[in-house]
Design a protein around this ligand. Structure first.
Ligand SMILES: [Ca+2]
Length: 93
């Protein structure tokens, strides 16, 4: 992904530690949309790219990356259902 995007500070439930990671692209107007997409009960880091409709997700269960295009209705549904503290600590650069 391009430089810029979101810097996320994530509080780990396992040991209380904080990790920092970068994801997404400012130049492509990515929207941060965290949620549990892989179904392991933990929020996954994800962005939605409005230009092409793709979602780019870092799966929390194994760190793998999923890039998938879903229908437009998925965006609002997910944003309302999976708003998590990650959003509060994220900042766009
Ligand atoms: Ca997950």
């Amino acid at each position: 992904m391009a430089v810029g995007g979101w810097i996320l500070h994530i509080l780990k439930s396992s040991d209380g530690g904080v990790i920092q990671t970068q994801w997404g692209s400012s130049a492509l107007d990515d929207v941060l949309v965290p949620g549990d997409y892989d179904g392991d009960g933990k929020a996954d880091i994800a962005v939605w790219r409005p230009g092409d409709g793709f979602w780019h997700i870092i799966n929390s269960k194994d760190g793998s990356i999923t890039s998938q295009r879903w229908g437009p209705g998925m965006l609002l549904t997910t944003m309302f259902r999976y708003r998590v503290t990650m959003m509060e600590t994220a900042k766009r650069i």
